[in-house]
Design a protein around this ligand. Structure first.
Ligand SMILES: [Cu+2]
Length: 160
């Protein structure tokens, strides 16, 4: 009885069209680099899945950087925060959301092809597990302060 379950599941998958992440939406997206000389930058946004099925973002690309990775921060054994690639991508449960924010998960631009200048709009493509892609236009906002740090009266020293 149980032995037949995987086959039934596979058949059900085949019967369904390969749907993209239907209810996907990216809100409040912005990109930044710490300085005009930075070789890397990052993008932040709120990822929303308003659809009824789970989906997963497994990659991204952009013409602004040689490599684009999905990153998160972890604290290593020495208590130092490090950035690492998110294994398996970013899961977006049905009717759920996931924030990409400073100090947390983010889209990382490695090897910038050009500086991220205030007011620029960059193209960013998110790639889903099923191969579907969503193209976003992301404004560069180097002046944006991290959430939860209150209003800074200095000149931001971005360190992420
Ligand atoms: Cu990173």
């Amino acid at each position: 009885m149980f032995r037949t379950l995987p086959i039934a599941a596979a058949a059900a998958l085949l019967a369904m069209p390969a749907l993209a992440c239907d209810g996907f939406e990216a809100d409040d997206a912005y990109a930044r680099a710490a300085t005009a000389m930075s070789q890397s930058g990052a993008a932040f946004m709120v990822l929303r899945n308003q659809g009824d099925s789970d989906c997963r973002i497994t990659g991204a690309r952009s013409d602004v950087a040689q490599r684009v990775e999905l990153h998160t921060h972890i604290e290593d054994e020495q208590g130092v925060m490090r950035m690492v690639e998110i294994e398996g991508g970013i899961a977006l449960p049905a009717n759920g959301e996931h924030a990409l924010e400073r100090g947390g998960d983010h889209v990382m631009f490695l090897g910038l092809n050009r500086p991220l200048e205030q007011g620029d709009v960059i193209a960013l493509t998110l790639i889903f597990e099923d191969g579907a892609e969503v193209a976003l236009e992301v404004p560069v906002d180097n002046e944006r302060q991290p959430m939860g740090h209150g209003h800074s009266h200095g000149h931001g020293h971005g360190n992420d």
